[in-house]
Design a binder for this molecule. Structure first.
Ligand code: HEC
Length: 123
């Protein structure tokens, strides 16, 4: 192989390596934005299941004592809402109901995980 040939091969591998890294970082970035439903479930079980129930369907023991009862998060009504609406709901709560504000409780990534978990609930 000539000197130039070797350099061409070298830069070719270099370019492939850089392209692969860019793709990988992009994937990780996107995955972060989407949130991880498994981590979201953990947060949900700690903070939300006492009202919304173990499966998110509003089927907690507490539900019978709350008016209005906790929302069934798997229901169409909730799933039809946009991520922005659900996020606002969690951060601001709903006045006049037991749903209190979680402002300052979660990091951005935790909020994304929670949303991903809510989205994974099936009616
Ligand atoms: C103390 C009980 C309680 C806890 C804890 C609680 N919620 Fe709620 N949640 C409610 C009630 C009550 C409503 C209002 C239902 C309604 O308006 O009919 C509600 C409503 C909601 C809604 C709106 C659903 C819709 O379609 O309008 C979302 C989303 C939600 N809760 C998510 C969460 C998440 C996520 C957590 C945990 C971080 C949480 N809630 C913790 C009681 C609770």
């Amino acid at each position: 192989m000539t000197r130039t040939g070797r350099w061409t091969t070298f830069s070719l591998y270099g370019a492939i390596l850089i392209a692969a890294s860019v793709l990988l970082i992009g994937e990780l970035w996107a995955a972060q934005g989407k949130g991880n439903p498994e981590s979201g479930k953990k947060i949900y079980l700690e903070s939300c299941q006492s009202c919304h129930g173990p499966t998110g369907k509003g089927d907690s023991d507490m539900a019978a004592y709350l008016t209005p009862p906790p929302a069934n998060l798997a229901a169409k009504k909730t799933q039809a809402k946009t991520d922005a609406e659900l996020r606002k709901m969690i951060l601001e709560g709903r006045p006049g109901t037991a749903m209190s504000s979680y402002e300052g409780t979660f990091e951005e990534a935790q909020l994304a995980d929670l949303l991903a978990y809510i989205r994974s609930l099936k009616p």
